[in-house]
Design a protein around this ligand. Structure first.
Ligand SMILES: C[S@@+](CC[C@H](N)C(=O)[O-])C[C@H]1O[C@@H](n2cnc3c(N)ncnc32)[C@H](O)[C@@H]1O
Length: 316
């Protein structure tokens, strides 16, 4: 299996929307920009905590493939696999019971990676987030997008997550609406019409779902987006550190695993994402692998993160 490399360095967006910069809290501003620290020959690898857009050679890829082959050898029985699927919402409810809103961090990189989310004009804008969890995307959106006609919808199949989100002091019921929905259902019960959403956001959500369900989900995404509307996708990439760290005995299928807490995770290639959206009739606007080398300077360890980031448009 081969990972496809796009020319990611040149496609990188460093654009920060004016509204975002103007209203930024210093906490957001001080973060180092991604896409500015490139590892060159002769660089001291331990001089930074992270390096952007790191290239992988054949040897590195083979090493990762070997690890995946090893950790995928032992599989669960079909009954156990069925249980992780049918009770997925229970595992996520238990996750939020334990972690409340303390586990995921607010998505600071949202507006640099997806400037489409930061419209400054006051034209009506409907955004829908699938698998919104406890609001780590919705809250920055509501806070930094100054558009008064913005409406942000969010759904999650974890009732616990939706309750935590709604009860947050930052929740703005005028500009947002969140509800419980299992996006693997064939017919979505949603508070808006077909062809009515400008942007659908799916961040680290499809990976939590069985790959057999992706086609149905993308078909529904297509149905609810306006013609010309955009899907913004970011998720785990093949051979990410999280995949290589799995021990044998956690595999549910090819590149699909279950964590100790019962939540599932799939690791995408760029081709997976391309095929999924193009087969549903979308046009590709971006599809890149974001590879970052993270360095533990204290313990002199190096770790590779891989995320797939993509944008697809519904044809007008
Ligand atoms: C890794 S979390 C990401 C949460 C959020 N998107 C973020 O970036 O912080 C995955 C989320 O997807 C939700 N999820 C998983 N499967 C789902 C499904 N079938 N329908 C709706 N939500 C789902 C989980 O409850 C969880 O909140």
């Amino acid at each position: 299996m081969k990972i496809m490399f796009f020319n990611i360095t040149h496609g990188r967006k460093l654009f920060k929307p004016v509204a975002f910069i103007k209203h930024c809290h210093t906490r957001y501003r001080k973060k180092p920009k991604y896409g500015t620290r490139y590892l060159k020959e002769g660089s001291n690898i331990f001089s930074f905590n992270a390096w952007d857009d790191v290239e992988w050679d054949e040897a590195k890829e083979q090493e990762a493939l070997n690890k995946v082959q090893q950790n995928s050898m032992i599989k669960f029985s079909p009954d156990e696999i069925g249980k992780f699927n049918s009770e997925a919402d229970k595992f996520w409810n238990a996750f939020y019971d334990i972690h409340d809103n303390k586990f995921f961090k607010d998505r600071h990189w949202l507006f640099t990676e997806f400037p489409e989310l930061s419209s400054t004009n006051d034209e009506k804008l409907n955004i829908f987030e699938l698998g919104c969890g406890v609001g780590n995307t919705i809250f920055p959106l509501l806070q930094y997008n100054t558009n008064q006609l913005l409406k942000v919808y969010g759904c999650d199949f974890s009732k616990k997550a939706v309750d935590i989100l709604r009860e947050s002091e930052n929740f703005d019921a005028k500009r947002s609406q969140v509800f419980v929905l299992d996006v693997t259902e064939t017919d979505w019960n949603v508070p808006f019409e077909e062809n009515s959403i400008d942007i659908i956001v799916i961040i680290f959500v499809l990976s939590a779902i069985h790959p057999d369900k992706y086609k149905g989900i993308v078909t529904n995404i297509h149905k609810y987006l306006k013609p010309g509307g955009l899907v913004l996708f970011r998720d785990y990439g093949r051979y990410d550190l999280a995949q290589l760290r799995f021990k044998p005995g956690r595999s549910l299928g090819e590149n699909f695993y279950v964590r100790g807490d019962g939540t599932q995770v799939y690791f995408f290639t760029q081709e997976d994402v391309k095929e999924l959206f193009e087969e549903a009739g979308f046009v590709e606007k971006e599809n890149r692998a974001d590879r970052r080398l993270q360095v533990n300077r204290g313990r002199l360890l190096t770790m590779y993160r891989v995320w797939i980031q993509a944008k697809y448009q519904k044809i007008n």
